[in-house]
Design a protein around this ligand. Structure first.
Ligand code: GLU
Length: 309
């Protein structure tokens, strides 16, 4: 099997050291396996993504010595692919429109917490969707959809898991063991993978198509990894738990499963994940301040030490 990996940033800001590390790990793995390294622009959020950030990413990668084939795959050019995947899930009876605003959802969570027990959170710490497909009659959903009310499409997680025989393991029900798993190359991108049990129920009824965008990260990433022939998904540990959703979608859409490797994160001096919101220095700023690619590698190594600490 030929080795194909990808670096898939969202062009909604400049790259920082964490991105650089991910790109370097992918690139090195492709080199070691005599495989291919592809670039993908995850730009479905067309309001936040900008051409100048895209060019910045290409320039930063080139500066690091990484020259992916051009042009990169741009998700915003492939909404028809995501619509086809949604249609397939819809045909399986696994999607439902949900009309609540963020405020209504937040209020419902508060109300449930005020009533007693703390409301379950997903692996990223966000409260689970506090309603369900059964909260509204199908006919009402259909009427509101046809009337043009804005909605997101949610995956009926319990039904989806039942369809693939993954059992009902949810924070909202009693946990049962799940036969669903993904292949994780734990020791390094090219190491032999082990099976990791996947627990998509922990995420609740995730959104697969947004109000403003007819797709979502989870849907697009699964479709694109298939379309681009990705054999190895190499990305940060922050996406480890989300892999359960991706594996479930692959099964539902009858797509092959890549091997995964979730690498360590580059943390800042305060052990926080680097991000725009914590003011992480961009590669462009480091470059402008005269840093060399080797100095950037040294800074990454320091951030990885913080992760190990
Ligand atoms: N676009 C995602 C990010 O920038 C990465 C998605 C992935 O590697 O699966 O965090």
């Amino acid at each position: 099997m030929s080795f194909v990996c990808r670096f898939a940033p969202s062009p909604n800001g400049p790259l920082h050291l964490g991105h650089a590390y991910s790109a370097l790990v992918n690139h090195a793995a492709a080199g070691a396996a005599s495989g291919r390294f592809l670039l993908r622009m995850e730009d479905i959020d067309t309001t936040r993504c900008r051409p100048e950030f895209e060019q910045g990413i290409i320039d930063d990668l080139a500066w690091l010595g990484i020259l992916p084939p051009t042009p990169p795959r741009r998700q915003s050019l492939h909404f028809a692919d995501y619509a086809a995947a949604l249609a397939r899930l819809e045909a399986l009876g696994l999607l439902y429109p949900s009309f609540e605003t963020r405020t209504e959802i937040a209020r419902a969570v508060l109300a449930r917490e005020a009533a007693g027990a703390s409301w379950p959170r997903d692996p990223d710490g966000a409260p689970l969707y506090p309603f369900s497909r059964q909260s509204l009659p199908e006919a009402t959903r259909e009427r509101r959809r046809l009337a043009g009310e804005p909605y997101v499409l949610r995956l009926d997680m319990a039904r989806a898991c039942a369809l693939v025989g993954a059992g009902l393991s949810s924070p909202l029900s009693s946990p049962l063991s799940s036969p669903l798993s993904w292949r994780e190359a734990v020791a390094g991108p090219l190491a032999p993978p082990v099976n990791v049990p996947a627990e998509p129920m922990r995420w609740g009824d995730v959104v697969l198509a947004r109000k403003d965008v007819p797709a979502s990260y989870h849907l697009a990433v699964v479709v694109d990894d298939h379309v681009q022939g990705i054999s190895h998904v190499i990305r940060g540990r922050d996406l480890y738990a989300a892999t359960a959703i991706h594996r479930l979608l692959q099964l539902l859409l009858a797509l092959p499963d890549p091997v995964y490797h979730h690498h360590r994160l580059v943390l800042d001096g305060e052990h926080r994940k680097l991000s725009k919101s914590t003011g992480a220095a961009s590669l462009a700023a480091l470059r402008a301040a005269g840093a060399s690619p080797d100095e950037v590698r040294a800074l990454i190594a320091r951030g990885l030490e913080a992760d190990a600490a």
